[in-house]
Design a protein around this ligand. Structure first.
Ligand code: Q9C
Ligand code: ZN
Length: 361
């Protein structure tokens, strides 16, 4: 499978407030390096990302939010802050509702444009986030341009019509106008929008298999019917992002019925999870999507340090196989997954499950 990767993520490793302690973020550069090493060791070809088309970015994020991300580090330094990570200090409470008031100082803006303190902004955050989104856009463009009959496969190479973007920082928690959950730009949304804007598909299925609910992807497409968003994840009553991902969130306006949430209890195994995955496929089938974007988080793994789900190694092969039978042109986008010894291997297992019948011949 064609892999898209950019090294620019390396310089982004921010601080995170985790269980009351300030730590180096679980989202480390080694995560993406491991995925890159595992995929290249298996012989998958790698291309560099092309420049990110900002007209695509501005279809999924607000212009003032993008300007904030680009300027945040400069403002932090200009205001005389010495700390190496820019953190917010306050957020609007529920009854404190003045969205028209945008703070002019950086600490105020950080609260206005974020969802929490589990990540921060450092000097190279924008560069890394832009490169990750560019990788997602490039992977989507590649899939849209692949040769082959109809929409299904590249008949020349016999490989499925698919590409994999090694995105870091991840994206699915990034909302239209807020960062958080290690995410700044929503890479999966950029991929979906690229498939739509290139007129490759008129509706895209975004399937989110990360351990956490993709509140950002849901937010961006909540009132649109050209994207179907389905997510299986840990129950937000007890897990990040806490305020989004309940089963009764189904979309609104034109988007009503185009969002599906499956919250699952701590300790969920693949057997139980995959039954609910089937229900997501049944749900999506009627909607006539022309392409699929998979938000691939590996934090469902039993040894993942931030999660409670109990996926085993072979489950990732079964997942890959099942994704293939959906039979849609597919863009994979890397989301979470924090167990360094396994993340690369588990990604490879998904991809090889997806390509299995071809690779065995
Ligand atoms: N004690 C993604 O997987 N909190 N983001 C973890 C664990 C933040 C995860 C704290 C979870 C965000 C893309
Ligand atoms: Zn996650």
């Amino acid at each position: 499978m064609l892999i898209v990767y950019g090294k620019e993520h390396d310089a982004h490793h921010c601080l995170e407030l985790d269980c009351g302690e300030l730590i180096r973020s679980w989202d480390s550069p080694e995560r993406a390096q491991n995925v890159f090493n595992s995929l290249t060791r298996e012989g998958h070809a790698v291309v560099a990302a092309q420049a990110l088309p900002h007209e695509i970015l501005l279809k999924v994020h607000d212009a003032d939010y993008i300007a904030f991300l680009q300027d945040a580090w400069k403002l932090w330094v200009e205001e005389g802050h010495k700390a190496s990570a820019a953190f917010a200090l306050a957020w609007r409470a529920r009854s404190w509702n003045r969205p028209d008031r945008v703070p002019t100082c950086i600490t105020g803006k950080l609260g206005y444009y974020s969802i929490g303190v589990d990540c921060s902004i450092i000097e190279h955050t924008w560069t890394a986030a832009e490169a990750a989104a560019a990788s997602a856009a490039t992977a989507a463009s590649v899939v849209a341009k692949m040769k082959g009959h109809g929409s299904r496969s590249d008949t020349h190479s016999k490989l499925p019509r698919a590409a994999f973007a090694i995105c870091r920082p991840p994206g699915h928690h990034a909302m239209r106008n807020a960062f958080g959950g290690y995410c700044y730009l929503n890479n999966a949304a950029v991929a979906a929008q690229t498939l739509l804007s290139s007129a490759f598909a008129s509706r895209v299925f975004v399937l989110d298999v990360d351990y956490h609910h993709g509140n950002g992807t849901q937010d961006i497409f909540y009132s649109r019917s050209d994207v179907c968003y389905a997510s299986l994840h840990a129950d937000p009553a007890t897990e990040f992002p806490y305020f989004s991902g309940y089963a009764d969130e189904i979309g609104e306006g034109d988007g009503q019925g185009y969002t599906r949430n499956v919250p699952l209890p701590p300790g969920t195994t693949f057997d139980v999870w995959s039954e609910h995955l089937e229900s997501c496929f049944d749900w999506a089938k009627e909607k006539n999507c022309g392409a699929m974007v998979v938000s691939l988080g590996l934090d469902t793994y039993i040894r993942d340090p931030v999660s409670t789900f109990k996926f085993e190694k072979q489950d990732y092969s079964a997942l890959g196989k099942r994704l293939r039978t959906v039979d849609l042109p597919t863009v994979f986008v890397l989301e979470g997954g924090y167990d360094l010894p396994s993340i690369g291997e588990n990604v490879v297992t998904v991809i090889h499950g997806f390509e299995e019948d071809i690779r065995c011949k």
